[in-house]
Design a binder for this molecule. Structure first.
Ligand code: FES
Ligand code: FES
Length: 164
């Protein structure tokens, strides 16, 4: 597909990207828009490190060509906490980020942005603190460090919190 201007929103802000239609959304986010919170793991749709929300649904941004997001709303990990805070200003974090910090849900951190976005979609869809449901919601997101226990605990805390 030839190069064209693609228009969509990222974390609520309108963007226009001139790129070949088959350029990966992952590369558009990281390289064209300098939003490096979204990570690349496998590059093949297997690990979920690159998970973002596309019109509220979790997608692997390494598998999505930019032509498919034209006119859509993309949410990345950068959109979870409002920008402009000072380092260490944890009061402004999303409930999920606070819970991950509280219980140690992140170790190396490579999977964390994708986990947070999958969990955000789960909670936004009305998901609660049920362990089996949480496991299912992050089934597409692999973590080599934590054994998942702390991640599931963090999501359950966020799902139960008042500011979920
Ligand atoms: S980098 Fe996209 S699923 Fe692994
Ligand atoms: S914290 Fe390292 S892969 Fe999940």
């Amino acid at each position: 597909m030839s190069t064209a201007a693609w228009r969509f929103t990222v974390n609520g802000d309108p963007v226009e990207v001139v790129a070949p239609g088959m350029r990966r959304l992952l590369d558009v986010l990281r390289e064209d828009l300098a939003l490096t919170g979204t990570k690349e793991g496998c590059g093949e749709g297997e690990c979920g490190a690159c998970s973002v929300l596309l019109d509220g649904a979790v997608v692997d941004s390494c598998l999505v060509p930019v032509c498919q997001v034209d006119g859509s709303a993309v949410e990345t990990v950068e959109g979870l906490a409002p920008p402009g805070g000072l380092p260490g200003d944890t009061a402004r974090l999303d409930a999920l980020q606070s819970a991950f910090l509280e219980v140690g849900g992140a170790q190396c951190g490579i999977c964390t942005p994708g986990m947070l976005m999958a969990a955000r979609a789960y909670i936004d869809a009305g998901g609660g603190p049920d362990e089996d449901a949480i496991r299912e919601s992050i089934a597409g997101n692999l973590c080599r460090c934590t054994g998942y226990t702390k991640i599931i605990e963090a999501i359950a805390i966020a799902a139960s919190s008042a500011d979920r």
